[in-house]
Design a protein around this ligand. Structure first.
Ligand code: PYC
Length: 321
């Protein structure tokens, strides 16, 4: 525990909340833990090992909820970057977060720290470039994305064999090829139960991303009913929350699979709808054989607050599931 947490009565943490297509992002602007000047991936490990109670305090109940994604604003190592960021949620840490990067850029604009134009953002999985468009929309040029395994079969207890692709879009995803469920908000419980069962089965069978990384996101797809929109998704995030946005890293993983299948050409626009009806626009660029997805969406700042850490509050550091 760091010194500031030992004297919580004096601790105040400034946050700015936004949502991107319905999915919240809470940017910690000041009052976060001190984690040195190492790389963002080193600082993420320091966050995980030494300040995990701070993560819980910011995003878990009673201040937050399962759906809240936190973004700790950091000094970047590379001074050409506008900011560094570490994303986290109710159960742990995210390598990259598409909706969160859009939310971060909208927040930096709200704080008048950036103007429309191109900005580099340092994340634990590499530098991403974001464009704050004059319209307020944000385009994120994501890290290289790829499919690790196609049409992989996994036996899911209670559901039978499920086929899907394992792909990286800044996080690891299992993209289910076909299923019987209808993607509506009325079906959230069934969609959540099915995708959690798939993730449990992947874990139980030792099926991972590269370097043994857990496949902690599961994606279902269906046709969208909106004209000009190619697909609708349901995305299970780590824990049991689902993404209200179309998921920037999940859409990146989808684009990598579509490109690998010859179903999307370089530069062609793919519109991905989320389970709540919000839309991201995506496309890919190919450089030296690698697929670089770009995702465009909008975020809106909806709260500015100071989190107060009060001594004697038994849930000061959040309720851990
Ligand atoms: O937009 O990449 C994303 C994301 C990951 C988890 C929640 N949102």
């Amino acid at each position: 525990m760091n010194d500031a947490i030992k004297t919580p009565a004096s601790r105040r943490v400034r946050v700015i909340d936004s949502h991107t297509g319905g999915e919240p992002t809470r940017v910690v602007v000041s009052g976060g833990p001190e984690m040195g000047r190492g790389s963002l991936s080193e600082r993420l490990e320091c966050f995980r090992e030494r300040h995990d109670d701070f993560r819980s305090a910011v995003v878990n109940e009673p201040r937050g909820s399962d759906v809240m994604v936190g973004a700790l604003l950091c000094e970047p190592v590379d001074s050409s970057c506008a900011a560094g960021v570490i994303f986290f949620n109710n159960v742990g840490y995210l390598g990259m977060c598409g909706h969160g990067t859009i939310g971060l850029v909208a927040t930096l604009a709200y704080m008048k720290r950036i103007a429309p134009g191109e900005h580099k953002i340092e994340t634990p999985v590499g530098i991403v470039t974001a464009i704050l468009n004059a319209s307020g929309e944000v385009t994120v040029h994501n890290v290289a994305s790829y499919r690790k395994a196609a049409n992989f079969a996994v036996d899911v207890p209670g559901y039978g064999t499920v086929h899907g692709d394992v792909a990286w879009g800044g996080n690891w995803f299992f993209l289910v090829r076909s299923h019987e469920l209808t993607l509506t908000l009325a079906n959230i419980e069934q969609l959540t139960a099915f995708t959690r069962a798939i993730r449990r089965a992947l874990n139980a069978n030792g099926i991972t991303g590269d370097n043994g990384k857990e496949i902690d996101h599961v994606e279902l797809f269906a046709p969208s009913e909106k004209p000009g929109v190619h697909s609708k998704n349901f995305v299970l995030c780590p824990g049991k929350a689902y993404d209200r946005s179309p998921c920037g890293t999940g859409t990146s993983a989808k684009l990598a699979c579509l490109y690998a299948d010859g179903k999307l050409r370089e530069g062609e626009i793919w519109r991905q709808e989320s389970i709540v009806g919000s839309i991201f626009e995506g496309s890919v660029r190919v450089r030296e054989g690698k697929i670089y997805p770009s995702i465009t969406g909008s975020a809106f700042v909806n709260a500015e607050a100071e989190l107060v850490f009060t001594s004697g509050d038994p849930f000061c550091m959040g309720i851990r599931g």
